[in-house]
Design a protein. Structure first.
Length: 193
């Protein structure tokens, strides 16, 4: 089971195709919303979210490999990852971070201007904070965690660090403040290599 996580506007949908060769299905709530209402996907976001949850539950029950896009701002994906782990699954997380909620809000607005779905600023801010708080929690569940920074629109995503079965591998010389704050609990408690 893979989670493609990060705040609104971080680039989860752009990254998702990278996992098509390692999972049977990718659950994408935003795509489900577009299928339900192509002209106003945000109006059916809750319904699409429920459909995504039902699909994830079904895939876990069928023991089929999957990935899901998530802001990681709620409890469901944490609980699903824990259940998968307890059931003997390997759990992987690709977390795509942004430097601030302001960057996330700008990306969401740009996406709307290009015909994509909109998320209100107060929801973006709330999800940004919760997503980072849940990153430390989910990192304790994950067999593999890859953290990318997609803050710059001028450069490709930067791979910052990874954990593989508890071992931290730094991929960048310095970590951004948003990540240090979020992962301080695990950075100080795990062995490094």
């Amino acid at each position: 089971m893979w989670l493609i996580a990060g705040p609104n506007g971080s680039g989860k949908s752009t990254y998702a195709p990278n996992l098509t060769s390692v999972v049977e299905e990718i659950v994408r709530p935003d795509e489900l919303a577009y299928e339900l209402s192509p002209d106003k996907p945000e109006s059916v976001a809750l319904k699409a979210g429920r459909l995504a949850i039902n699909r994830i539950e079904s895939l876990l029950e069928q023991k089929r490999s999957s990935a899901v896009e998530t802001t990681l701002s709620g409890r469901f994906h944490l609980d699903a990852a824990q259940r998968a782990k307890s059931g003997g699954w390997n759990v992987g997380i690709v977390y795509i971070g942004l430097s601030s909620p302001t960057v996330a809000m700008k990306r969401v607005l740009l996406r709307k201007l290009r015909g994509g779905h909109y998320v209100p600023p107060e929801d973006v801010r709330r999800r940004y904070r919760r997503s980072l708080a849940n990153l430390a929690v989910i990192s304790k569940i994950a067999d593999r965690l890859v953290v990318l920074d997609n803050s710059s629109s001028r450069t490709p995503m930067k791979r910052l660090f990874e954990t593989d079965r508890g071992q931290i591998v730094f991929r960048h010389r310095s970590l951004p403040k948003w990540l240090i704050g979020a992962l301080n609990p695990i950075l100080t408690s795990r062995p490094k290599r």
